[in-house]
Write a protein that binds this ligand. Sequence first.
Ligand code: CTP
Length: 403
Amino acid sequence: MSLQGKKVLLGVCGGIAAYKSAVLVRLLIKAGAEVRVIMTPSAREFVGTVTFATLSKHPVAVDFVAGPDGSWNNHVEYGLWADIIVVAPATANTIARYAHGLCDNFLLATLLSARCPVVFAPAMDLDMWKHPATQRNIDLLRASGVQIISPADGELASGLTGTGRMEEPDAILQYLAHLPHPENKRLNGKKVLITAGPTYEAIDPVRFIGNHSSGKMGFALAEVCAREGAIVTLVHGPVHVRASHPNIHTVPVVSAREMFDAASTAFATCDIFIAAAAVADFTPADTAEQKIKKENSDTGLTLHLKKTTDILGTLSAQKTGQFIVGFALETENGLQHAQEKLQRKQLDMCVLNQTSDTGAGFGYDTNKISLLHKTGAIVNFELKPKAVVAQDIVDHIIQALHA
Ligand code: CTP
């Protein structure tokens, strides 16, 4: 939805990323939104209320009591005023308190009074983010419909490096601008099949051939499709990411064969198939039943590999009206290879990842893509967080479905 004329309530918690939220206010106002800011008491240790009051052109609420004359801030009014509430940065403390329904500050009381979509952009140190308690609280929030803009990887204020940085203000703005209107989810009633992550091809009981795919792109696509109202079947190889939306049914698999079997089952009844998995093209012709011992292989070891089934190509050849999206990960002549894949695999759309671009592809949180439509149209995108890339891809699928 466009942010023009929207009432956005920004909650700012006490973390160093609070300084970035000042930029977010500027961006929201430039996008046409009306912005009010609530700060938690500890947020004031990081940024002054005057900064947010000046940028938003409205007084900032911190406490229930507004002045010495007994005037007070009404959390119910704030909660009902907002079209969207975004909490950025959302600290581990506020995440935990909101997840458990506590309301011992003005921001939390407002959150409990809200009826609009609520989006959290967490920011904290990597170990706090990874901590099982935080992850449980995030799951609780997601289960009650709060949307989470996952923190990015990078250098943290502690000096450590890892996941925990609040997503950049521009990415948060993009996310909010693309929030589906609750009554107008564009994939309502659609079934989407997505393959994601790597496959592992067993050499023997302890070794395998695999690849570096993290699965993040496929999981981000699943979240966007589910948010848009689709029922998603997500067939994924071994990954460390987790799906959160209740409309995503995950089917964990290991090998290309298992992925093919699971995808084939779901394909017949799906409306959209997105093949985002990095499926192994080759698998050992025979898997040793016992661990291969090096004493038996003095002169080295030769593995005989056979081709795996092309899941995308095979299912696409059986299509009965499904909209089919494939991925092409290329290191050279990307457009040419992607065009060729689009035709050979009979795709409706091909997403080209050029790994030559810094920050794009396996292992990164960002991606730079081009979309090739079967109509011949090609759309190039900037380097963006994968969650935003996923939204771009789904927007184009929806446009093509209605063309
Ligand atoms: N794919 C698949 N099953 C396979 C191999 C690939 O479903 N066994 C899908 C991927 O999920 C991706 C697309 O096919 O959407 C592109 O795969 P890729 O391996 O890059 O294309 P190929 O045509 O196999 O060409 P090459 O590996 O030579 O680039």
